[in-house]
Design a protein around this ligand. Sequence first.
Ligand SMILES: CC(C)(C)S(=O)(=O)N[C@@H](Cc1ccccc1)C(=O)N[C@@H](Cc1c[nH]c[nH+]1)C(=O)N[C@@H](CC1CCCCC1)C(O)(O)C(F)(F)C(=O)NCCN1CCOCC1
Length: 325
Amino acid sequence: DSGSVTASPRQQDTEYLCPVQIGSPAQTLPLDFDTGSSDLWVFSTDTPRSEVNGQTVYDASSSSSAKRLSGATWKISYGDGSSSSGIVYLDTVTVGGLTVSRQAVEAAKQVSSSFSRDTSSSGLLGLAFSSINTVSPNQQKTFFDNAMPHLDAPLFTADLKHNADGRYNFGYIDKSAYTGSISYTPVDNSQGFWGFTATVDGTDVTGIADTGTTLIYLPDSIVTSYYSQVSGARYDSSNAGYIFPCGSSMPDFSFNVGGGGGGGGTVTVPGSYVNFAPTDQTGQTCFGGLQSDSSIGISIFGDIALKAAFVVFDGGNKQLGWAAK
Ligand SMILES: CC(C)(C)S(=O)(=O)N[C@@H](Cc1ccccc1)C(=O)N[C@@H](Cc1c[nH]c[nH+]1)C(=O)N[C@@H](CC1CCCCC1)C(O)(O)C(F)(F)C(=O)NCCN1CCOCC1
């Protein structure tokens, strides 16, 4: 089996949403595919009306294939402080033509305000490792884990784009989606993430490939040296990040994956991607897409990096592949 689904950017590439079919007859919800977490959770008819703000909701009672997973609950909190929790159904989930019949669909009974405010997203589809799924007492598998044994190849690929529709494919590598060769590097999933090591300016950086995080967060030394090339760039505590004049022409940012001698491949993030967004309506000052990881505790290669590459999340061989495009 295989699947292929469009990933549409929202609000200047802050997140990418994909249509997911749940239940019988199918209910289609736009979900944020997130390789940084492992819960598939949705706004539902169980979510308080006061917390629903235009989002499409899942109604288990109108799905003939829905079955309550009795006694199961879930509760998750994310790096940006947002959180949600609720109950669990097993139901049919289809992504780009690929169907999993008994997928844990986590219905929200509570969502934090940032989720209520994000009117375009109906929830998340976690694509990290099932070891960090939050369902209790019996941990549940991700959509990818459930699908993997049926896939032509035990992998999915992320092809996110700047201000344009991209694609997630499951079970195959689309050779027309990238240029040159794919450089592979081993994945450390001990924390449940797609962890890997890249080289930036000769320095090894261990981080995670995270489609659910908008920006790139790397060690201070690397970030400081990058912005030292941009006149007027400075760390601004009120914005809690590096800012610079919006008219600045930003240097490209490159990292090497699968190095080791002459090998490996280089991913180049165009400087224009690092000019992320204005900090206010005047459009004078802009906020950088590359920020320090010091307040996070882990380096994150988020959407700004991922949309500069074609990325293979290989669950069968526990490796990450990166290619230019
Ligand atoms: C809001 C913003 C200024 C544009 S942003 O740059 O902060 N973007 C948010 C994502 C977003 C976009 C649009 C609207 C709302 C929220 C962002 O990048 N959030 C990161 C920030 C971060 C990470 N680390 C520290 N800070 C995050 O929490 N990402 C998680 C997914 C998000 C959650 C909010 C809704 C959108 C998706 C994440 O899953 O990628 C994660 F990996 F960061 C994370 O928190 N994973 C949870 C891991 N736990 C471990 C224990 O077991 C349970 C799972």
